[in-house]
Structure formats: C-alpha cells, structure tokens
Design a protein around this ligand. Structure first.
Ligand code: ATP
Ligand code: MG
Ligand code: MG
Ligand code: MG
Length: 471
C-alpha cells in the first residue's frame, strides 16, 4: 500500500522532475489577503503572481498546500462526518504555470501522472469541461483517448473559475474517479452527483481571461494554469478504499480515539470518531500556525471546530478531556511532512486541554437543556431559535454545534429565530446602557463597537471574512 506521505512525495517529485519549483506549503493564515479567513486552495499563496503584481524566480511551481474550509465562501464543516470525501482541513496538491504552459500540457501532465506513473485504471476516469470549452473537450479526446460520453460538458459556475468580481478567470476541467456501482451516487452533472461514487479528485483551472469590469472580459496575453487535487481523496483511490476515512492517516487517528475511549468506530459511533479525527487535524494545524481559540474572527472558527469535536468525545463517553491525548498520534502521522506540528506539539496539547476543561464545565448542563427541549419535539422538528441562543449564550455552544447535534436526530434549528434572539440581546444591551449623559459620545461608542467588534462573534456570512458582531 502506498502511504499518504509517499503519495505527497511522489506528486512533488513528478512535477519537480518536470521543471516545476517545489514550494513549501504557506501557513493557513493568509499572508497576502486580508479578506480571506484561511488559505482554502493551493493557488492562494500565488494570487499576486497570477495577477502580475509579484514576480518570482520561477514560472512553474508545485506544492502540497494546507487548506481549511470551515468558514467564509468555502465551508465544508457541515459535510464532515456525513460524506466520505470532505474535511475541514485537507491538503491540496497542485501544479502551477504562471504564463508558461497551458491547457494541453496541463492535461498531459495530469493524465500521465494518474494513469502512467500511478497506474489508475483509465476506464474509471471521467472528465468534465465547461460547456463552451471545445478546446479542452478535444484535448481530452486526443491526449487521453477518453470516449465522448466520458467528457461531460457542464454549463454551471462549477466549471468556470474566477478569482473575484474582476481579475483572472477561466473555464476548468475536473477529473472524477468512479469508485464503483456499489457506492451510491451518479456521474458529474447528473441529479445524484452529490454521492460518493464519482469523486472529484483533481480540478484543472485554465486562467485565460481577465475580467476587467462586470461586463467586460478580455483574453489574457499569457494564460496560466492552476490545479488542485485533494491528497486524502487520491490516497483513498490509491489505497483501494472508497472512503477518505479508511486511508492510513485517518485509520491511525481513529484507532487512537477508539483506544482512548474504549469504543469501536461502527454504527452510532462512526460519525463521532470521524469528526474527532478531522477536527483534531484542523485544530492542530491551526494552532501550529498561530491561531488560538477566541470569541471572534479566526479564533472563533477554531473554537467552533474544537467544541464540536469535544461534544463528540463526550458522546463517546469520555469522562475526561480527550482531544489533547490524541495529539501524539497526529504528530506521528503528519509531523515528518510538517515540522511546525512537531514544534508546536506542547502548545497544541495545552490549548486543547484548557479549552476542553473549560467547555466541559458547561457542556453537560447544556446537553441536558437540549434533551429537555427536544423531548416533546416531532421526529423531524425544528428547535426554537431561543433555545439555540440560550445554549450559545449560557453554555458556550457555537450555533453549528447545536445544529450538528440536532442533525444526527434528523432535526433542524430555527436560524432566523437564533439571529433575532441575538439581535434582541444586542438591543437590550444598548437600552441598558445608562450612558454618560452625553448622548453624542454614547452613540460614538456603540458605533465603534459595531465597527471593530465586540465580544461575541456569531459566524461568517457568505462573503469571506465579513464578520457579524454583537456588542
Ligand atoms: P467538491 O465539489 O467535492 O466539494 P470542490 O469543487 O469544492 O470539491 P475545488 O475547489 O475544485 O473543490 O478544490 C480542488 C480539489 O480539492 C478537489 O478536486 C478535491 O479533490 C479537493 N477538495 C476540495 N474540498 C475538499 C474538502 N473539503 N476535503 C477534502 N478535499 C477537498
Ligand atoms: Mg466543495
Ligand atoms: Mg466540485
Ligand atoms: Mg472543483
């Protein structure tokens, strides 16, 4: 079996061997983009190179980039534990051309690596192209010899990538692996494409236009390539399993949590072990990159991830803080590739231990309240927003933790009710503010708090980085 560490190495060796500069992963906290919460794709550290703002001493590069998709525009937090292929933290393998090679070479590299070097069965591979991209369609015929019915034209934004409202953009072509008809799910573009049978392993982005204004798009003089492949997904394929959580890295982490909780990862407990393993990685890497739990911003995303894992540890019957005791397994699995993890091990352990100790003081009472509130509720009922707010405000339950708890029972939470309870509390705080007697300065105070952020952070909207804040 090829280990995940070997697959990462093999990818970087292939592209290093074809003239690409091997660039180490950038930290998870973006260094060049204040609007972004976390690095969520391999191209992020190269943004300014693609736009021409920055030049580097190389024109092609390759990396294995640490990514987190647990907030902002890409948020896969709710998928974790429920799909075989989504994580909050994952590694994106990529090759990049900054105005050097383009479509033909990118497709050739991808096909060569997958089918020649790694020996994937070509009959299990399907490619998508943007519906108007005849060039890519023809290249897949020519280079890979794919039959026409396995080159699927997709008309949606899924196959058209843009950096923002303006800037570089272009069609993309995604490569899917068919895990077999014993797994539910349909081919890309079909109504049941969201299953785990046809898994998107690699996205090739062809940056060929510059969006100058909303309606104006011009061809880039030197088109570029950006690709991204999920390491955990290709590891599943190469290790002959159909689920990322059955790969070597995750198996080791799940074995550790089974050991410590003396439970198996089957039936009811399976999702809990998966959430714990996934969130352990996200928490460990975020702390190693300098993020600490807090009530707002990046730190609140980290706290949400940690507390969610901690509720699952509690569900598994852990009587004492658990997460910090799993850190040695994480370091054993990933410390060789990421030495920052080794350096930060004591800090990661201490941060998890403190957070779990603190959260456990209110966790049991909060869960009791939740049990009472759901006792008479319909099987598919909706939890009142007031209750979710009380759990948040009094017991430190991040909103999505409550949602996760209810989802396992097939129930939902009234988000609008939660938001209005939050708004009400904010208004009450304003009203209770007797003030200094100088109306003008009080107004200014509240404006400042609103602008800079008060104590509680309640989540991010769809616009990456736009925080909603209560005073
Ligand atoms: P999906 O449609 O499966 O959610 P995506 O289209 O959002 O994936 P891209 O933005 O194209 O993903 O990222 C490039 C690659 O990164 C994907 O082809 C996939 O292999 C991997 N990837 C994306 N999101 C995740 C995730 N949450 N966990 C693990 N791997 C991921
Ligand atoms: Mg996605
Ligand atoms: Mg996709
Ligand atoms: Mg994609």
């Amino acid at each position: 079996m090829t280990s995940t560490n070997d697959i990462r190495r093999s990818f970087l060796d292939y592209f290093g061997g074809t003239g690409h500069r091997i660039v180490p992963s950038a930290p998870l906290v973006p260094q060049n983009d204040p609007t972004l919460m976390f690095v969520n794709a391999g191209m992020v550290p190269f943004k300014n190179v693609f736009t021409g703002l920055e030049t580097r001493p190389y024109v092609t590069a390759t990396s294995s980039q640490k990514c987190v998709r647990a907030g902002g525009k890409h948020n896969d937090l709710d998928n974790v534990g429920y799909t075989a292929r989504h994580h909050t933290f994952f590694e994106m393998l990529g090759n990049f051309s900054f105005g050097d090679y383009f479509k033909e070479q990118a497709i050739t590299h991808a096909w060569t690596l997958l089918t020649r070097d790694w020996g994937l069965d070509p009959n299990r591979l399907t490619a998508t192209v943007y519906h108007t991209d005849d060039e890519a369609f023809d290249l897949w015929r020519k280079i890979a010899g794919l039959p026409e019915q396995r080159i699927i034209r997709i008309p949606t934004s899924d196959n058209f990538w843009a950096m923002g409202d303006t800037g570089p953009c272009g069609p993309c072509s995604e490569i899917f692996y068919d895990h077999g008809d014993h797994i539910p799910g349909g081919p890309p573009g079909s109504p049941d494409e969201d299953g785990d049978r046809f898994v998107e392993i690699w996205n090739l982005v062809f940056m060929q236009y510059d969006q100058v204004t909303k309606d104006d798009r011009v061809a880039l003089p030197r088109p570029s390539i950006d690709t991204g492949m999920g390491l955990e997904r290709i590891a599943a394929v190469m290790q002959g399993v159909t689920d990322n959580y059955d790969t070597d890295t995750f198996k080791a982490l799940i074995a550790a949590s089974c050991d410590l909780t003396r439970t198996a990862a089957t039936g009811d407990t399976k999702a809990s072990h998966r959430v714990i393993a996934d969130h352990l990685r996200a928490a460990g890497f975020l702390v190693a990159d300098g993020v600490l739990p807090a009530n707002e911003g990046r730190g609140y995303v980290l706290r949400r991830i940690m507390r969610r894992a901690m509720r699952h540890a509690h569900l598994l019957g852990a009587a004492e803080p658990l997460m910090h005791r799993l850190v040695p397994s994480l370091v054993a699995e990933m410390g060789v590739a990421y030495p920052e993890l080794v350096r930060a091990q004591p800090l990661i352990e201490e941060t998890l231990r403190l957070e779990e100790t603190r959260f456990r003081q209110t966790l049991a009472n909060g869960l009791r309240l939740l049990d009472d509130a759901t006792a008479d509720m319909a099987a598919d009922g909706e939890l009142p927003g007031q209750v979710a707010f009380k759990l948040y405000d009094t017991f430190g339950f991040p909103y999505d933790l409550t949602e996760d708890a209810l989802r396992a029972q097939g129930r939902t939470v009234d988000r609008a009710g939660f938001d209005s309870a939050m708004a009400e509390q904010k208004a009450a705080a304003r009203a209770a503010w007797k003030g200094s007697g100088e109306k003008a300065s009080d107004e200014i105070w509240f404006d400042i708090v609103e602008e800079l952020g008060g104590t509680e952070f309640t989540g991010y909207s769809n616009h990456a980085g736009e925080a909603k804040v209560v005073a």
